[in-house]
Design a protein around this ligand. Structure first.
Ligand SMILES: [Zn+2]
Ligand SMILES: [Zn+2]
Length: 135
C-alpha cells in the first residue's frame, strides 16, 4: 500500500525507480522510528557503494511533496520522516532523542467553529526507558 503509493509518486515526478530508491521506500514502509535523512542514509549505505545521500534527500523531497510521507518537526535538531499519515501526536524524549507516536489523544478545540482536518502536535519530555534510568 505505502510502497505502491510511494513508487507511483516518484514515477509521476519523472524519477526512475532505481534500487536505492526502492530500498528507501521499503525502509520507510511500516517504519515507526521516525528516521531522519541521515539515519536512512546510514542504515542503507552498506547495501551499495554508489548509494548517496543526495538520493535519500531527493527521494524524501518528492515523497513529502506528494503527500506520501510526512515531514515532522518534533526533533529540534533535524527533520524526521513518518510514513504514517493518520492524525497522531509525537512525543520527543529530550534525553535520548527518540520519537514516539501517541494515538490516543483527545484535544478540545474550544473557540474554533471551523473543522480541524489535520494537526501536528509535538510533546517533549522523558521517555519511559530514560525515566527508569535505562540510559
Ligand atoms: Zn529516552
Ligand atoms: Zn508518527
Amino acid at each position: 500500500m505505502f510502497t505502491e503509493r510511494a513508487i507511483e509518486a516518484l514515477k509521476k515526478e519523472g524519477f526512475k525507480i532505481t534500487k536505492p530508491r526502492q530500498w528507501i521506500v521499503e525502509f520507510l514502509d511500516n517504519n515507526t522510528s521516525h528516521p531522519s535523512a541521515v539515519e536512512i542514509y546510514e542504515q542503507l549505505r552498506s547495501k551499495d557503494k554508489s548509494f548517496s545521500f543526495a538520493t535519500v534527500y531527493n527521494t524524501l523531497d518528492v515523497l513529502v511533496k506528494s503527500g506520501v510521507v510526512r515531514q515532522i518537526s518534533t526533533d529540534p535538531k533535524c527533520s524526521r520522516f513518518d510514513p504514517d499519515l493518520s492524525n497522531h501526536a509525537h512525543f520527543y524524549c529530550k534525553k535520548c532523542g527518540s520519537v514516539h507516536d501517541i494515538f490516543d489523544i483527545n484535544i478540545g478545540f474550544s473557540g474554533l467553529n471551523g473543522e480541524v482536518e489535520e494537526y501536528q502536535l509535538n510533546l517533549f519530555g522523558t521517555c519511559e526507558k530514560c525515566k527508569k534510568g535505562g540510559n
